[in-house]
Design a protein around this ligand. Structure first.
Ligand SMILES: [Zn+2]
Length: 372
């Protein structure tokens, strides 16, 4: 047990979410409990992880979730581990919700995206079809956003683009997608910033500078591509060329990276396999599976095209494998699935309550210690 690596989970505690500040001590080694000396609350070691209040053996949960994130059907796990199907689905949902929080905490942070590609997947479920829209940052292969919906409509694309914007800094950005007109409307509506005029009322919204939009439209005859047309809808050819050079080393406008990621999604989620038998019953089940698989892809899987060459003496070369999260600078090593499931998402910093009058000296000291 290491008190320097955990934080207080009490939402009312001024020290909540802060690591290595010396406020946490070991309460009981036998029960594996910590104590926060600021608020006096105790909490168990697994609080904030997928394993919190699970009675199952941790190693089995990790193996089962690793299999689920690598395309193993639930029925195969039920047969191999002699578990109840509802137990496996409960672990899957619990892990999906946890991974969604990890994704929001680490991936949905503003960064210079450079080049983003977006696309949708058609997913067959029992008695219908749902759509899964996804987006990728090309330079780092980082999966940025995913939305599941029963309709391929404006709301689906808008939700996806809003998630992408949460990951973006206002820098030159190239968006590549298929010919669907909904993207253009959604991107133009979302990628705007408020212009402060000092007047009362809603501020005027101005489109982002340096935003380039490009479409790749494929023509099919009998399910085969016969022609591909590429067009720049917004931005100049020179700007697009600079962004392509920076993010993928030149080449043409394309949607190859998001199509490759969608192929990985189909391979790693049993319910997404084409003509497969492991269909999900409800669209809601897909949401946690998508986050579990997406986080395993971002944090736990080496990407062949991201490896770096280190040149050694005598002309020898050593390859360093990297995950998309490493390429994006979110972490410095490949996480195991156990690391991902055990990651504790910190609570946001405590804010002092708003009260009338002058604050007491005790409150001033607390604010100075924990809010600066
Ligand atoms: Zn506390």
């Amino acid at each position: 047990m290491d008190p320097q690596t955990v934080f207080c989970h009490n939402p009312d505690c001024p020290a909540r979410g802060q690591v290595g500040k010396g406020n946490i001590g070991v309460h009981s080694r036998k029960d594996r409990r910590y104590k926060c000396h600021q608020c006096g609350e105790t909490f168990v070691e697994g609080k904030g992880t997928v394993f919190y209040r699970l009675r199952a053996v941790k190693e089995v949960v990790v193996i089962v979730l690793t299999l689920l994130a690598n395309g193993c059907p639930v029925q195969a796990i039920v047969a191999a581990f002699e578990l109840d199907e509802r137990t496996v689905l409960d672990w899957q949902e619990r892990a999906g919700r946890h991974c969604e929080r990890v994704h929001q905490h680490l991936v949905e942070q503003p960064r210079d995206l450079g080049h983003v590609q977006a696309d949708e997947l058609r997913v067959k479920i029992q008695g219908g079809v749902v759509w899964m829209a996804t987006a990728i940052q090309v330079a780092t292969r980082l999966w940025l956003a995913g939305v599941v919906s029963t309709h391929r409509d404006e709301a689906l694309i808008l939700a996806l683009i809003r998630q992408v914007k949460a990951c973006a800094l206002c820098r030159p950005l190239l968006f590549c997608m298929d010919g669907c007109v909904l993207y253009l409307k959604a991107i133009r509506a979302v990628f705007r910033e408020a212009v402060s005029t000092g007047r009362v009322g809603h501020p005027r919204l101005r489109p982002w500078d340096g935003l380039c939009l490009a479409q790749v439209v494929k023509q099919y005859v009998r399910k085969r591509v016969v022609a591909v047309s590429r067009r720049i809808v917004q931005g100049t050819a020179a700007d697009v060329s600079v962004l392509l050079q920076r993010t993928q080393g030149g080449g043409q406008i394309n949607t190859a990276y998001i199509e490759r990621l969608n192929a990985t999604f189909r391979a790693c989620i049993a319910a997404l396999t084409r003509r497969g038998r492991a269909l999900v019953r409800q669209a809601d089940t897909l949401h946690p599976v998508m986050y579990l698989m997406g986080c395993v892809y971002n944090f736990c899987t080496d990407h062949k095209s991201l490896r770096l060459a280190i040149y050694l003496p005598k002309g020898r070369r050593h390859w360093v494998a990297r995950t998309p999260a490493m390429a994006a600078g979110l972490t410095d090593h490949r996480w195991s699935v156990n690391d991902l499931l055990s990651f504790r998402v910190p609570l946001p910093r405590w804010q002092p309550p708003k009260r009338r009058g002058r604050p007491s000296n005790a409150m001033k000291a607390t604010v100075k210690q924990w809010c600066s």
